[in-house]
Design a binder for this molecule. Structure first.
Ligand code: 9MR
Length: 440
């Protein structure tokens, strides 16, 4: 069967019954993230150990400092990935998109870079990018260059300097990121854009240079308190409209707003909808939420005792009841499955792309993943051996359950004396093969 036939077959295999929905249970959804199932993500940063309440609120992860070059490589060629591993693994195991922050930036550079020759500097930057991409191949987004207007990299001459485009060092950085991380969405990131049409126009020049070379997939605007606290919603809309003219999705990347409880609440109520409902905005990341753990005082949303400030309670209610517009539909996938030996590996594919692989435990467990991809979905058993079998209970999409035994495409169940030899309908994969769960 060729690929197009396969996906036509998968497309017919969507089944969802109310009986099946009842099996979801009540516990799973009570602690869902604020933007679960929405068309855009609402994320936050992880500083050190992932906070226990992260997944009650947020469904995208950016590392606060752990992905910066000076944190990863404080001593030349001695890489320190520990904290970045923790944030990345947390994101992966919860199915949240992970955004690397950041490859090329004039702050938090390693101190040793200044003493090297230009050739060595370029080599070291590429080495950092290459090693990152090897270690974290499932990264969804990368802030490739941070703050080009305000804090350009000190070693930019080594990367091509201004050159013929005026921004050759940025073009070089994106080329290297594209080469080493070919599946990630590459972003640029800057502050003081949402409130300043002049800076916005200078930013758009860089974005257009990258876009004409096919090197950029989205535009990040930090939107910190000093730009946001006193900004009129009409200006937010006007500047987002202007940035959206680039034709690229906009990511609000480091949002915070300050104030006492009442002031912060009023600010969120007044300004957040202008961001969330803008069709050009594909995702919003807040820059911290826990009291005592935000880079600026009074921007927190959860108090030390775990209680919510009013702005957070409002934000939760607002986003849950507001579909947003634009953005790619963010689908929350659960694969409920078990192995029999505890060594079985299954891969979730969407539209033919392998998006996640899990090693299954011996008891039925929910394995979660969030994706904006569309197309036929399959759960594939890939490492069959003696004593290894997989039982899949269901795949659910935004809480809507598709039972494995109701699907007609199963090439891994042993029927009529061979693998894939019968009707397909089964929750078992005895051999390497896949169950098709229809289109996402
Ligand atoms: O939140 C970060 C803080 O812990 C660091 O001390 C600071 C050092 O530069 O960086 C903060 O994060 C910054 C981000 O990386 C880039 N945009 C501005 C953020 C706030 O300063």
């Amino acid at each position: 069967m060729n690929t197009s036939h396969l996906f036509k077959a998968l497309g017919r295999a969507v089944v969802c019954t109310s009986a099946a929905l009842g099996m979801l249970g009540s516990g799973g959804l009570a602690h869902a993230q604020i933007a679960v199932g929405k068309t855009k993500f609402l994320g936050n940063i992880i500083a050190g150990n992932p906070p226990g309440n992260f997944s009650m609120y947020w469904n995208q992860v950016s590392p606060e400092n752990a992905g910066k070059w000076d944190a990863v490589e404080p001593v030349r060629d001695q890489m320190n990935w520990g904290q970045l591993d923790a944030a990345y693994n947390y994101a992966r195991s919860n199915g949240f998109p992970f955004k690397q922050h950041t490859f090329v930036w004039g702050s938090q550079e390693p101190k040793w870079i200044g003493g090297l020759s230009a050739q060595q500097q370029a080599h070291e930057v590429e080495d950092f990018i290459r090693q990152y991409c090897q270690r974290y191949p499932q990264t969804q987004y990368i802030d490739v260059v941070n703050e080009p207007l305000h804090q350009p990299a000190s070693y930019r001459e080594a990367l091509g300097g201004a050159g013929s485009t005026g921004w050759d060092w940025i073009v070089w950085s994106f080329q290297k990121a594209r080469q080493h991380c070919p599946t990630a969405k590459l972003l640029i990131n800057e502050y003081g854009i949402i409130n300043d049409a002049n800076a916005l126009n200078r930013y758009k020049v860089i974005v257009d240079i990258l876009k004409s070379r096919g090197l950029i997939d989205g535009v990040g605007i930090q939107s910190h308190y000093f730009s946001m606290d006193n900004l009129a919603p009409a200006t937010i809309k006007q500047n987002l409209d202007s940035l959206a003219q680039t034709g690229l999705p906009i990511y609000v990347s480091e949002l915070d707003m300050t104030g006492d409880d009442a002031t912060q609440l009023a600010r969120y109520q007044q300004k957040f909808p202008a961001l969330w409902t803008h069709p050009g905005v594909a995702g919003v990341t807040l820059w911290g939420y826990i009291e005592g753990q935000t880079w600026v005082a009074n921007s927190h949303l959860v108090r030390r005792d775990g209680s919510e400030r009013p702005a957070l309670t409002w934000l939760g209610n607002y986003v849950r009841s507001n579909p947003g517009s634009g953005g790619a539909a963010n689908k929350s996938i659960v694969v409920r499955a078990r192995g029999t030996s505890g060594q079985e590996r299954v891969t979730l594919r969407v539209g033919g792309t392998a998006v996640q692989t899990w090693t299954l435990g011996k008891t039925m467990t929910n394995y979660t993943f969030t994706t904006t991809l569309s197309g036929g979905s399959t759960v594939e058993f890939t490492n069959d051996a003696t004593g290894r079998d997989v039982q899949v209970d269901y795949l659910s999409v935004n809480g809507s359950v598709r039972q494995a035994e109701s699907q007609t495409y199963n090439t891994g169940v042993y029927q009529n004396g061979r693998c894939g030899g019968g009707s397909g309908r089964s929750d078992w994969l005895h051999c390497n093969g896949a169950i098709g769960f229809g289109d996402l």
